[in-house]
Design a protein around this ligand. Structure first.
Ligand code: PBG
Length: 330
């Protein structure tokens, strides 16, 4: 006598490509992606970033052309990082209206007004010691002394025409200081994307080579969060929201998908971004170059995973390629 087996036929949900598509719980579109670009002074410069294949340090003219190309693919949000001409202890060039970021913002907003231009606001690319704030004589990063400098940098980006400024220095009160500074300077509509929960991460390694921003002594553990922390991430995000952030962020993405999920459930507003950082990009690129992994499917699996975890927006170096993959998949 045979016993009746009882089970649910969930495989029906994935029998064919059509069925799989119809049942997709998570969708991803190019309009949810933000593309980071590295800009420098000069002209005709397109310097490959070795640990980040496919990414370049670009002079403003090249960056403008590149922004045009990616926007045609449907990527209409870019995040700019600058490589300044010179560095000093207080990051003086971060407020120079003729520096790379400010020039790139002006050019891009003039020629491509529909592209949303976001600027990274931090001092590490502009200081000779590579820390994200001012360093005291005993080697500490001085939180409160750094705030007016971050506000001044944000104002100079707003003057150039930035739509959104994105403070990534992890100084307490940076969103409040920038909001107050922007408002006083007449930029009430410039929005702020806080890098709210930013962890001290090995996965920033390739970026620091790209941006020339590695700390020259010590590390960033006194201001960026430890990977052991999740409640603290919620406190950081809450603080940014209280200070007036229009967007919040968890960074990096992959080792912190639980933090993304928790933040997305806890804070319905404002929109939540996740940063698929340089090391996460480089790891896939390197494995793919060795033939160990399929780049397209691996990258899309990661991006869908970040979206499924709860991100509304994803900052990713894969943005232009992902737009092409999405277009082809349609
Ligand atoms: C600047 C900054 C960093 C990144 C974004 N903004 C580097 C850091 O904090 O050392 C990392 C981005 C990436 O790895 O892709 N503070």
């Amino acid at each position: 006598m045979s016993r009746e087996l009882e089970f649910t036929r969930l495989r029906n949900l994935r029998e064919t490509e059509t069925v799989r598509r119809r049942n997709a719980e998570t969708s991803l579109s190019a309009s949810e992606l933000i593309y980071p670009m590295f800009v420098t002074l000069g002209s005709g410069v397109r310097r490959p970033i070795e640990p980040m294949p496919g990414q370049f340090q670009m002079s403003v003219d090249v960056a403008l052309e590149h922004a045009g190309l990616v926007s045609e693919k449907g990527i209409d949000k870019i995040l700019l990082f600058g490589l300044p001409q010179s560095k000093d202890a207080v990051g003086g060039t971060s407020i120079d209206p003729d520096e790379a970021v400010q020039s790139a913002v002006r050019e891009i907003k003039t020629t491509l007004p529909d592209v949303t231009v976001i600027t990274d606001v931090c001092l590490c690319e502009y200081t000779d010691h590579g820390h994200c704030g001012i360093v005291t004589s005993d080697g500490q990063v001085d939180n409160d002394a750094t705030l007016p400098l971050l506000a001044a940098a944000a104002i100079s980006h707003a003057e150039a025409g930035a739509d959104i400024v994105a403070p990534s220095a992890m100084m307490d009160g940076q969103v409040a200081a920038i909001r107050a500074g922007l408002d006083d300077a007449g930029f009430k509509d410039t929005r702020i994307m806080g890098y709210s929960a930013k962890y001290a991460s090995s996965f920033y390694g390739p970026f620091r080579e790209a941006a020339g921003s590695a700390p020259q002594f010590g590390d960033r553990r006194s201001y960026q969060m430890s990977s052991t922390q999740s409640d603290e991430a919620m406190a950081e995000i809450e603080a940014d929201i209280r200070e007036g952030a229009d967007f919040i962020m968890v960074k990096p993405a992959l080792a912190y998908l639980d933090v993304i999920r928790r933040a997305s459930e806890r804070f319905e507003e404002p929109p939540l971004a996740a940063y698929n950082v340089s090391g996460e990009y480089s790891a896939i690129k390197a494995a793919a170059a060795n033939g160990w992994i399929d780049e397209e499917t691996a990258a899309m699996e990661v991006l869908v995973g970040i979206k499924r975890a709860g991100a509304d927006l994803i900052v990713t170096y894969f943005a232009p390629e992902a737009a092409e993959w999405l277009e082809r998949g349609d």
